[in-house]
Design a protein around this ligand. Structure first.
Ligand code: DAT
Ligand code: MG
Length: 172
């Protein structure tokens, strides 16, 4: 027979797990798709142990590109940025893990390939200013806004990774 505290524990654990996990929007941009690097990049996030919870292969409209990059609307490179993001299909994804926003940004590397460290996505595969392969949310606030731009709530899938304990540890 379970005591009260035993019965409460799974709920408490579940709450803690959900509170700690975080989501980010990652976009495999047109240059990455055109250069046949999609599997290579997704593989890096998979091997890291992050959880894919949504994905859409789509040609992002100019309107949506403007919304995604609204923070840059007064910059001289804005129109070129919008044109290049909407010029050809992208793979738009949501990935989940505790601390995923910062982990994914580290894995992406600095904004321009010529500055990015070897070992990062941009450092290993790019050297241009206009094309830098991938977009990733840079804060919890922007992740929430950006995910809403591309996905309805029922388009992200809540599920458990079978090897979660091996990836994150039983008590994480
Ligand atoms: P990041 O993609 O690393 O978050 P960001 O948000 O500063 O970088 O800029 C968004 C995109 O705009 C970036 O991926 C590439 C482009 N960009 C930024 N600065 C630029 C510049 N000075 N000239 C041309 N494109 C630029
Ligand atoms: Mg940014």
């Amino acid at each position: 027979m379970c005591s009260d505290s035993d019965e409460l524990w799974p709920k408490r654990y579940e709450h803690s797990r959900r509170r700690m996990s975080e989501r980010t929007l990652l976009i495999i941009k047109p240059d990455c798709i055109q250069r046949h690097l999609t599997g290579e990049i997704i593989g890096r996030f998979e091997r890291k142990g992050l959880k894919l919870v949504a994905a859409k292969f789509m040609q992002i409209s100019e309107e949506l590109s403007r919304q995604l990059y609204a923070v840059h609307q007064n910059k001289p490179f804005f129109e070129g940025l919008v044109k290049s993001l909407s010029s050809s299909p992208s793979l738009v994804m949501v990935w989940e893990a505790e601390g995923v926003i910062e982990m994914a940004r580290k894995m992406m590397g600095a904004t321009f390939g010529y500055d990015a460290e070897p070992g990062t996505i941009r450092g290993d595969f790019g050297c241009s200013k206009g094309y830098n392969l991938i977009h990733g949310s840079d804060s919890a606030e922007s992740a929430e806004q950006e995910i809403q731009l591309f996905f309805k709530p029922n388009e992200t899938i809540d599920y458990e990774l079978a090897d979660g304990n091996w990836l994150y540890g039983k008590n994480d």
